[in-house]
Write a protein that binds this ligand. Structure first.
Ligand SMILES: Cc1ncc(COP(=O)(O)O)c(C=O)c1O
Length: 396
């Protein structure tokens, strides 16, 4: 769904990619692009990172999946318990939705309550994504989906938790990307959950290994009951995890929570190697710094040209926003990503990702391409107002 052509600019955006190298990718027609989609955030180290290649090639001959547990389940779990705040035990899965479903099942079992509150996208499974054909109507009774896009959304979420706490097993929070949450609010939410006996599950599928080495928990200095991780967890290999306090996590033994490929070894080897790389390089500072430079550069140009584009959100996961109204946003974002692709840059219409492989040269090229794209959109009459006359030769 997230990669289908309609998500970008139909007919004006590459459809199939052939290969990747660092922060750049090549499509099947041989065109090369700077890639900010990064495998929907999985490619935290870009393509072909030596640590990832080594972890796979060194271990491939030992097998991919075995019939009993293998030591890398321990070493990969230990790598997580060393850097994720409050992670005393780990359970591995394959997808972000898997991990969230396991955490929700565990929360229901531990609290003896059935309802959940979700914030943001948590995966395609029934109890988060029920407004699609194919999901029994009754499922909706168990989930309240709450937005957090504006500060005005905060109190209703707190009120709901306070009002429904006797039925609520957990709050499953993935942060909005259009504005950084205030630390105060995250603490308030966390403390309310604690007071009301509602488990606080931090969905860090995106924020993990991005906002800080220890993820959003470290960024906000907050301790969740459980955290779910994926995407950057194994730098492009399919892996997810639930981590949390031992007293909670060990209860998972009492449930049916299991998946055949959870112990697949190459992903676990890459998880261990990627975490080693995150810890022993300037990865976290690098992605934040480049993200900030991208944000500042694009915002300056967009303002100079008098266009409504702003880059918002967390530095390492910049969101390109034309309007807070979704329909209005898409009206601009679609031609914008098309114009950017024509200038050798692949962007999503909203959240994008910086990897360790991006360089300042990529950022500078991207800022110049934004200028060219916005100028082209102005010339096409896409913006209602043009505050500044466009200088000729501004095309990137
Ligand atoms: C915050 C968040 N949680 C969960 C998921 C679901 O992960 P997956 O697609 O691996 O099931 C996603 C996917 O993009 C996500 O962004």
């Amino acid at each position: 769904m997230m990669k289908k052509p309609e998500q970008f600019a139909l007919g004006r955006f590459p459809v199939y990619l052939q290969s990747g190298d660092g922060a750049e990718v090549t499509d099947v027609d041989g065109n090369r692009y700077i890639d900010y989609i990064c495998g929907l955030g999985a490619n935290a180290l870009g393509h072909n990172h030596p640590a990832v290649i080594k972890a796979i090639t060194d271990n491939l001959a030992s097998g991919i999946i075995h019939s009993l547990p293998t030591p890398v389940e321990i070493t990969a779990a230990r790598a997580l318990t060393e850097i994720i705040p409050g992670a005393e035990q780990v359970r591995f899965f394959k997808t972000g939705a898997d991990a969230n479903s396991a955490a929700v099942r565990l929360a229901r079992f531990i609290t003896g309550k059935e309802k959940i509150v979700t914030v943001g996208y948590n995966g395609w499974h029934d109890h988060y994504m029920f407004d699609t054909p194919g999901v029994p109507e009754i499922i909706q009774r168990y989930t309240s989906r709450m937005p957090l896009f504006t500060p005005q959304d905060e109190q209703p979420l707190l009120d709901l938790i306070a009002d429904e706490n006797e039925q609520l097993a957990a709050v499953l929070l993935s942060v909005p990307y259009n504005r950084p949450l205030q630390t105060n609010f995250v603490h308030k939410l966390r403390n309310l959950c604690k007071d009301k006996g509602v488990l606080f599950i931090f969905d860090e599928v995106v924020t993990g290994f991005r906002l800080a080495l220890g993820g959003a928990q470290e960024f906000f200095d907050v301790q969740a009951d459980m955290v779910t991780l994926s995407k950057g967890l194994a730098a492009g290999m399919p892996l997810s995890a639930v981590v949390g306090r031992r007293e909670l996590m060990e209860q998972m033994e009492k449930l049916q929570v299991s998946t055949t490929f959870g112990g697949e070894m190459l992903s676990l080897e890459v998880c261990r190697a990627a975490i080693n790389e995150y810890r022993n390089s300037n990865y976290i500072e690098h992605i934040a710094k480049l993200g900030r430079q991208l944000k500042d550069g694009v915002n300056a140009i967009a303002a100079e040209l008098g266009t409504p584009l702003t880059v918002v959100g967390y530095d390492a996961i910049p969101m390109f926003l034309f309007s807070r109204n979704p329909q209005e946003h898409v009206k601009f974002a679609e031609p914008f990503v098309a114009e950017m692709a024509a200038r050798g840059v692949l962007l999503r219409r909203d959240v994008n990702f910086i990897s360790s492989a991006h360089t300042i040269t990529h950022i500078e090229h991207t800022i110049a391409a934004v200028k060219g794209a916005l100028v082209a959109m102005q010339r096409a009459g896409l913006f209602a107002t043009e505050k500044h006359e466009v200088a000729s030769g501004a095309e990137a």
